[in-house]
Design a binder for this molecule. Structure first.
Ligand code: 4AD
Ligand code: MG
Length: 463
């Protein structure tokens, strides 16, 4: 008999149906004449309650084996449930125990565990209610993202993970090498001799797929990348990972206004999709994790995002009736406390800040006529701060060359990027959404380590 998923049975299963399920035992309650076990197969937050009658063959041995964490296949008949909390339950007829889980040592017993503890058992934590809900919502977000772009005719392009360029120019690169680290070859000038390395030159894990996405946008008009990116940022915060996923649309023939409109429509679409497709999981986050997630989601879907310039943001921060840990003055980058104050307290909704000082932004952003600011945009979200960073790109060859030289970047290595300005250049724009920050924002999870299955952070690369 085919195996049915529990989410499907809970929704559509009817009394008297014969079904087979597979999954893991979450809880067991032993009574005199029968026992209950709850089985979860990861398809939904709720498990299916199974009733085991004492007249089943081998009853006591079977019940002894059915501890939390054990894997099973159960065949039986659905019956209307007399108990509270579920519409139907499964009356077991045959039970196969694939693997037992010793209750003395299995770490996920019924009590609540801290997220710190769960991180130490990354191989088991996905079997908990919270992490299960997170990864279902994460999956729904990813599906929504592809659907959003595909519906609008954007081409999904695959940009490389190994690259020779530092897109953001922030020097947060992980080096990729096959050189023997015990005996690194040196040039006559005592520099590392990368000509002997795998690629014949220094290579890194990418911090962003943007530069390659620009290449593709100048052939396909509208494209997006969605993949892992890497940053050797030594910051141990609740919002930073060394390996995170980024969604990066890039649009030719598009100025910053179109870019902002896309970012806003995009976030609204993803939130709506998740509310429509993961209502039980979202209800769970609302009740157990953060009592504002549903309100936040409605707020995103229904409100118009705020839009102000960096210069206006600085003026608002200077007027704030509070002291910040980091100073506020024109020219300094916004810190997350500033971003959160603006989005959370002042605007109470997402806010797009544009036109940042040239000095604090990357070389590729389009220079404004004042020459002091660039056509940058950051989307700031309540609770999270920066969730999206983007810009209109510098499409003028001479201005771009000037910016590259001013930042002492290796112009010869960027020959192909400059060529895009020599041949058929167009105004173009794009942005990057931190995928884990989106999932954090959506679920209300406090720590970014708990919205990616296997977090990589300084001093931690387990599982
Ligand atoms: O603002 P960032 O650095 O922008 C770029 O990389 C551009 N090249 C994107 C583009 O225009 N195509 O990063 C984009 C987003 C941030 O807004 C943030 O949400 C997320 O990526 N992000 C991180 N998320 C988790 N851990 C980190 N260490 C992150 N660094 C950035
Ligand atoms: Mg940024």
């Amino acid at each position: 008999m085919t195996i049915r998923r529990i989410a499907d049975l809970l929704k559509t299963g009817q009394p008297d149906e014969s079904v087979n399920i597979q999954g893991w035992v979450r809880t067991k309650r032993e009574l005199k004449e029968f026992s209950f076990v709850e089985i979860n197969d990861g398809s939904s937050l709720a498990g299916l309650q199974v009733v085991l009658n004492q007249d089943l063959p081998n009853y006591s041995e079977m019940v002894r084996q059915l501890n939390t964490g054990a894997s099973v296949e159960i065949a039986g008949t659905l019956v209307a449930s007399l108990g509270k909390g579920q519409r139907i339950e499964l009356k077991a007829e045959t039970v196969v125990v694939y693997g037992e889980a010793d209750p003395e040592t299995y770490p996920l017993q019924k009590k609540r565990h801290s997220f710190e503890f769960l991180r130490t058992i990354g191989h088991l934590r996905s079997r908990t209610n919270t992490l299960g809900a997170v990864f279902r919502v994460r999956n729904a977000c990813a599906t929504a993202i592809h659907q959003f772009f595909q519906e609008r005719g954007f081409l999904w392009v695959h940009t490389p993970l190994i690259t020779a360029s530092d897109c953001e120019g922030a020097g947060e690169l992980f080096t990729v090498t096959t050189l023997n680290l015990k005996q690194v070859p040196l040039t006559d000038a005592k520099d590392i001799d990368y000509s002997q390395d795998f690629f014949g030159k220094p290579a890194y894990l990418t911090v962003s797929g943007q530069l390659e996405a620009e290449i593709m946008a100048l052939a396909f008009t509208n494209v997006y990348t969605f993949g892992p990116t890497f940053r050797a940022e030594n910051s141990n915060t609740s919002r930073h990972l060394a390996e995170f996923w980024m969604v990066e649309p890039e649009m030719a023939f598009c100025a910053l206004d179109g870019n902002m409109d896309l970012a806003e429509a995009f976030l609204k679409y993803v939130f709506k999709y998740v509310l429509d497709h993961c209502s039980d999981d979202m209800e769970f986050f609302q009740q157990r994790i953060e009592s504002s997630v549903l309100e936040t989601a409605e707020n995103i879907i229904n409100s118009e995002f705020g839009r102000i310039t960096y210069t206006e943001a600085i003026a608002l921060l200077e007027k704030a009736d509070r002291t910040f840990e980091y100073p506020v003055s024109w020219g300094l980058d916004l810190q997350s406390e500033h971003e959160r104050y603006l989005a959370e307290e002042l605007f109470k909704k997402p806010l797009i800040v544009t036109d940042y000082p040239t000095e604090i932004k990357a070389f590729y952003m389009r220079l404004n006529d004042d020459e002091k600011t660039v056509r940058a945009m950051d989307v700031l979200a309540p609770r999270i701060g920066e969730i999206i960073g983007g810009s209109q790109r510098e499409e003028r060859l001479d201005v771009l060359q000037r910016r590259i030289r001013a930042q002492n970047m290796p112009e010869e290595d960027l020959w192909w990027y400059l060529d895009l300005r020599r041949y058929g250049t167009v105004p173009h724009s794009g942005f990057g959404l931190g995928f884990e920050r989106l999932v954090q924002f959506m679920t209300g999870m406090q720590n970014i380590r708990d919205v990616i299955p296997f977090p990589r952070t300084p001093l931690s690369a387990d599982f």
